[in-house]
Design a protein around this ligand. Structure first.
Ligand code: NOJ
Length: 749
């Protein structure tokens, strides 16, 4: 590792083969035999045919950048395309596949990629929301359903998971990730790879996963998407890279580059990242695809003079499949002829891409993902929708609940639902919602009405205002509706396109006049619960001061309204916990729970003392810390016990605590374990998550939770850049979130 770090910072049928594939049992897929088949195929490929395999084009739907080659069908027929993205539906995919298989000399099938980020048609909560479930099996299963639906419509490659750690909620793409924590993010990353790829990629209901965006895309300066990343090597290795390593260890089939630079080197020309680290050190065996036109973008980055130079830098760095810029197609021949690129690198790229096609079984049957029966019967099944509904209930986070405002009391018969997101359908999908349809979304109004019918509850909806303008046209109607009701639900937040790609914000307050509307309604004094819909943490200190109850619902996908209604009426009890800190104000950003202490931390005995690390105009503490989330019931933590007071590298430390449900509902608690390495050869965070346990407790019940720790869990990049633990004293905390908990300590020998 040391060398790599040093390196990084010092470099600032083939018709006949195909036919026979279909004709004899000996040519059926043989997992041990890909390489031989791939090698023999490569031997008969012309140079142009090889280059064709390195070209990935959009079919023209859902593009997020310039379409460089609208002529993609013609190019497929000419053998100049190896993969297509944004094409789905069996007939369409089969048509395109036919062009590759029947009209090119070798008949090499195409890969079909798509952004399957949080569901395919059954859209689940956005990934940030999913991470708040802390439920790895549930997250894995949601991606299994997504894979199954996508493969039923022709897709065999998902551009997911996005495993970018981010500590900056201004960055709109936090909605696509698992939050700020590396440890939890790594577990979720591996679960997602398992979900997409299953036991075998050859299974027709699984597909290739693609970890993205390698690397550190979540740390752009000022939270502005695509912007420069300039972080220390230690932060890169310790906080941003581990989720990618977890994906590689889980056998991820592909990786996508990131748009950003790190330390002056854009990802798509970063030899250290893609060759030394990913391949040589981590042993990654899949293929590398660019994010969109990122080879071309080496020119505006200012490291390439022109397209040819950009292609040279990218290929030599280890970047294999060119999405949308067609730079390889147009330049590789000349680059090889002039000796700037070695053909062996091209062969290696072709080999990795063909291997993926073999693994998918495309050489057995190029149309195996084009199955109409599956398309008709396996998408949006009742079972998938039920699962999606349950996932909504687990991903919502109860932020405040004064006087047990929630759940809605049985006595309530007239509800006023007020706010611009109360009956919003398409917004429930969140961003990157694949083939999700607005008409399939259950809005909050739908959910409340269908739950309320049996209970004789009337729901009166008034929009009140728009999400993001300054008109107060609907305030009077909203106030009237609230006055007539015995309970008020405020549905506030962002539009779905206010987070996601190219959706950074500098102001994280509720947009438009929504806070103003909320204040007018809350001051009427009715029991009022706020439901927030948003793709990132917002700054809501005023709302938090005034609203009796706040439920963070994110964007929950097609079953949003039903899942939220389950929680509001007490059919389900909130258990989600935040995976990203909610700042008090934008000035605190970047803010995350695992910060360093620094040399002048605020002195709790004299917090006013001037020359300490603090603000003149704001506390250091966030509004809601990482790990935070309430339940309708309450949990008491007691009896923290450690199995030993000292451990060595052969021991497993058992950390136990007793959790008691002291409230009036059965409920689930996410018990969290944090450690603090008190003295290191380099400074260590004040707390680091190292384990958790989800425990279900009926009213009055107690259970002892045990979480294990070994010295492996205590490793970090030391002063010498060794990934190792250091002996010494560690504090350990077990608690309901990152800011509080029972505390003890142990020694590592
Ligand atoms: C750009 C995005 O950054 C990436 O995440 C996505 O997979 C590609 N576009 C393809 O749509």
């Amino acid at each position: 590792m040391k060398n790599q770090i040093h390196l990084f910072f010092s470099i600032a049928c083939f018709s006949f083969l195909f036919q026979s594939c279909n004709s004899g049992p000996n040519l059926k897929i043989d997992t041990n035999n890909y390489q031989k088949k791939v090698d023999s195929l490569i031997k008969i490929m012309t140079f142009d045919e090889k280059i064709g395999q390195l070209n990935l084009l959009a079919s023209g739907w859902d593009v997020t950048g310039p379409v460089m080659d609208p002529n993609y069908k013609q190019l497929i027929k000419q053998g100049k395309v190896g993969a297509i993205f944004n094409a789905y539906k069996v007939d369409y995919v089969a048509d395109l596949q036919r062009l590759a298989v029947e009209e090119t000399r070798l008949g090499i099938p195409l890969l079909f990629g798509y952004d399957v980020i949080h569901g395919y048609r059954t859209i689940f909560p956005i990934p940030l929301a999913q991470s708040c479930t802390w439920d790895l099996a549930m997250i894995e299963h949601s991606d299994r359903i997504a894979a199954s639906e996508a493969t039923a419509e022709g897709i065999n490659w998902a551009f997911a998971p996005m495993v970018d750690i981010s500590r900056d909620p201004r960055w709109g793409r936090v909605s696509e990730g698992a939050g700020e924590d590396t440890w939890l993010g790594s577990k979720i990353a591996a679960a997602r790879v398992r979900g997409f790829q299953g036991e075998s990629i050859y299974d027709e209901r699984t597909l290739l996963a693609c970890m993205k965006h390698f690397a550190a895309y979540g740390a752009p300066q000022a939270g502005r998407d695509y912007h420069t990343v300039d972080i220390s090597e230690r932060s890169l290795l310790e906080y941003y890279l581990p989720p990618f390593k977890a994906c590689v260890d889980a056998g991820v089939a592909s990786v996508m580059t990131s748009f950003n630079e790190i330390s002056g080197v854009p990802s798509s020309s970063n030899h250290w990242l893609y060759t030394d680290l990913l391949r040589d050190s981590w042993g990654f065996k899949g293929f590398v695809v660019t994010d969109y036109t990122s080879i071309y973008e080496l020119i505006p980055h200012g490291v390439a003079e022109d397209s040819a130079h950009a292609g040279e830098l990218a290929l030599n760095a280890g970047i294999q499949l060119d999405m949308q810029s067609s730079i390889y197609l147009k330049n590789l021949k000349n680059l090889v002829a002039t000796g700037k690129v070695n053909e062996t690198l091209i062969d290696k790229a072709v080999s990795d891409i063909l291997t993926a096609k073999y693994k998918l079984g495309l050489f057995d049957d190029p149309y195996r993902y084009c199955n109409k029966t599956r398309q008709e019967n396996e998408i949006m099944t009742q079972e998938s929708k039920d699962f999606a509904r349950q996932m909504v209930t687990k991903s919502c986070v109860l932020l405040k609940n004064d006087n047990q405002t929630l759940p809605i009391p049985e006595s309530v018969k007239k509800i006023a639902l007020i706010g611009p997101l109360g009956d919003a359908d398409v917004d429930m999908l969140g961003n990157w919602s694949a083939t999700g349809l607005a008409q399939n979304c259950v809005t909050l109004l739908d959910g409340l009405k269908s739950e309320g019918i049996n209970k004789n509850i009337q729901v009166h909806f008034v929009k009140g205002c728009n999400v993001n303008d300054d008109s107060t046209y609907g305030f009077n109607d909203a106030i009237k509706a609230a006055k007539n009701a015995d309970y008020v639900i405020l549905a506030l937040g962002e539009h779905r396109n206010m987070s996601g790609e190219a959706a950074s914000r500098t102001n994280l307050d509720l947009p438009g006049v929504q806070l103003h509307l909320a204040e007018k309604i809350i001051e009427l004094g009715k029991p009022t619960a706020v439901i927030l819909f948003n793709g990132r943490p917002l700054t809501i200190p005023e709302l938090n001061k005034k609203a009796p109850a706040i439920l963070e619902a994110w964007f929950g996908g097609v079953e949003s309204g039903n899942g939220i209604a389950d929680l509001l009426f007490g059919k389900a009890v909130p258990s989600g916990k935040l995976t990203m800190t909610f700042p008090l104000n934008v000035g605190q950003i970047p803010i995350h729970y695992n910060m360093k202490n620094n040399g002048r931390p605020v002195d709790p005995t004299n917090p006013e003392y001037q020359f300490r690390s603090k603000y003149l105009d704001s506390p250091n503490e966030p509004l809601f810390p990482f790990g935070y989330g309430l339940s309708y019931t309450t949990f008491e933590y007691s009896d923290l016990k450690l199995s030993a007071s000292e451990i060595t590298n052969t021991d497993t430390l058992l950390i136990q605590a007793r959790i008691t449900n002291t409230g009036n509902f059965d409920g689930e608690e996410i018990v969290q374990l944090y450690v603090h390495d008190l003295v290191g050869s380099v400074t260590r965070p004040v707390k680091e998550l190292k384990g958790f346990s989800k425990v279900f407790l009926t009213k009055g019940e107690s259970k002892t939770v045990t979480i294990k720790l070994t010295t492996n869990d205590l490793r970090f990049y030391t002063l010498d850049m060794l990934y190792a633990y250091e002996p010494g004293k560690f504090e350990v905390y077990i608690g309901p979130n990152s800011s509080t908990g029972l505390k003890d300590s142990f020694l590592v020998k």
